[in-house]
Design a binder for this molecule. Structure first.
Ligand code: ATP
Ligand code: MN
Length: 469
């Protein structure tokens, strides 16, 4: 078989391929469907470059290779040489009249799990090794790529440096959640101290270590030298939560900016989120259309709601007044001092304002130690961005840059000083006002894909009792 240059299906269907009409082309990919008659076979081939499959037409009488033809069933992988022609059928501009087909790998129709269409998402989660071959997961993983790329592009174009914070950490100061222990100690026979406790000084790092729950504290160290940095990496939480919004391993984006106050921080979060969603509307149109049709009729309308509106900004205290006066029967009652639940957040966004909302100045008791204390002594310079359908999507704050105040908060909250001495030192030497926020990547993926379960927006979800693939 003469080696032709391979074309991606994307190139043939999405780019102008008119100069190739009547010429011989090659495509490679997986058979999605095969239909036809005794005389002609129509094979839909998908190579993952685009949601659409290209139609390959085979004149069965003229086609010599019966062995190959017999094995062209859903899931088989083939390489096709043929003439690119305008399509007579609906739905595609061009198709390929096959002259030669090479079979890379058959997929026994009796056994191939994706032989039939219409599997549930639950079933597909059990075959995470094959689900990328469905239209749904192809669309999701292409969007996941585009979103990651847009994140790097946004920061790069705006003068931020990508800082790699550690995945293995020796500190538990962030307090964001239960952690996964990292150890090389012999679990059956660990060393003990005189007091009868496991002796971690004998462990690999000479101390207790865990997988990180956040890169923020290290990110701040970077910002207090490089001015604007961001992290984008995996984080781990050993919480036994079986919800549709929690993973044990998820990705987080955490920008930190020196010389930003809370207003600069809000401006950045708003323009960042709008940029990302606009990027997807511009670059992932076909995949979004597919997801809208199949899963979420309101998807693009909701995405436009983000890019077309100014985010409404108000304080936590004002929000509580609105919620108390709403006459709404919430599952969790509201009063000043409580942490807002997503039902409250969604009420503000969906019912009260009809646009994204940014709440600021939360009670100090419900927020982390590093947030800057307001002059009232009761509230901190926190800011949460609230979206329709999910509630909080971004959480951030202006950071406490005053050594005494930060030190006081650390003591008050019972954080071991010897774990954060390095963090405190940045407030001792050349401290500066600074701010930052965190965005859970998969939460944003849920929003932009319209999917309902966080396990369906990451290729290989890690969750309690679930690390098979
Ligand atoms: P939640 O209340 O939803 O558990 P959190 O308050 O624990 O969130 P943070 O500690 O503020 O969350 O983490 C920052 C961001 O990371 C959150 O806004 C959210 O987008 C995301 N996030 C937190 N926990 C998880 C998880 N288990 N799986 C996926 N994303 C998460
Ligand atoms: Mn949590």
């Amino acid at each position: 078989m003469r080696e032709l240059q391979r074309h991606r299906v994307y190139d043939l269907l999405k780019k102008d391929s008119s100069h190739l009409l009547g010429k011989e082309v090659n495509i490679k990919g997986w058979v999605r469907t095969r239909r036809g008659s005794k005389h002609v076979a129509f094979i839909a081939v998908n190579d993952g470059s685009i949601i659409h499959s290209i139609q390959v037409v085979v004149d069965i009488q003229a086609f010599k290779d019966e062995e190959v033809l017999r094995n062209i069933t859903t899931g088989a992988c083939i390489s096709v040489n043929g003439t690119l022609v305008e399509s007579k059928g609906k739905g595609q501009a061009v198709e390929i009249k096959a002259t030669k087909i090479f079979l890379y790998g058959a997929a026994d129709p009796e056994k191939y799990p994706l032989q039939k269409k219409g599997h549930t998402l639950e079933f597909l989660r059990e075959i995470a090794h094959l689900r990328p071959r469905t239209n749904t997961f192809g669309a999701i993983f292409r969007i996941r790529h585009a979103l990651s790329f847009a994140i790097h592009k946004f920061f790069n174009d705006n003068g931020f440096f990508y800082l790699h914070t550690p995945i293995i950490t020796g500190s538990d100061a962030e307090g964001a959640g239960a952690m996964f222990r990292v150890t090389t100690l012999d679990m059956k026979n660990p060393p003990f101290t005189k007091e009868g406790e496991v002796d971690f000084s004998k462990d690999f790092f000479g101390k207790e270590t865990n997988l990180t729950v956040s890169g923020q504290l290290e990110g701040e160290l970077g910002a207090l030298a490089l001015s604007n940095i961001y992290t984008f990496g995996p984080t781990f939480r050993a919480e036994n939560s079986h919800t549709s919004r929690h993973l044990s391993e998820f990705w987080m984006i955490e920008p930190e900016m020196a010389f930003y106050d809370i207003h600069d921080n809000m401006d950045l979060a708003e323009s960042f989120l709008k940029y990302l969603i606009r990027y997807l509307l511009d670059h992932c149109t076909d995949d979004l259309e597919f997801l809208q049709k199949m899963y979420d009729k309101g998807l693009t309308e909701r995405l436009h709601m983000i890019v077309d509106n100014e985010f409404k900004r108000l304080t936590y205290t004002q929000a509580i007044e609105i919620l108390e006066g709403s006459g709404q029967a919430f599952e969790f009652p509201v009063s000043w001092g409580v942490d807002l639940q997503s039902e409250h957040e969604r009420y503000l966004v969906e019912k009260e304002f009809g646009c994204p909302v940014i709440l600021t100045d939360y009670p100090r008791q419900i927020k982390a130690f590093y947030m800057k204390l307001n002059d009232d002594g009761n509230t901190v310079r926190a800011m949460d961005v609230l979206f329709p359908k999910i509630g909080e999507i971004v959480g951030g704050s202006q950071r406490e840059e005053n050594y005494e105040k930060l030190h006081g908060r650390i003591r008050e909250m019972g954080i071991h000083e010897e774990e954060v001495w390095w963090y405190l030192e940045t407030r001792k030497f050349g401290t500066a006002p600074h701010s930052g926020f965190g965005l859970g990547f998969e939460r944003l993926m849920l929003f932009v894909t319209g999917m309902g379960n966080i396990r369906d927006v990451i290729p290989f979800p890690r969750a309690p009792q679930n690390a098979d693939f």
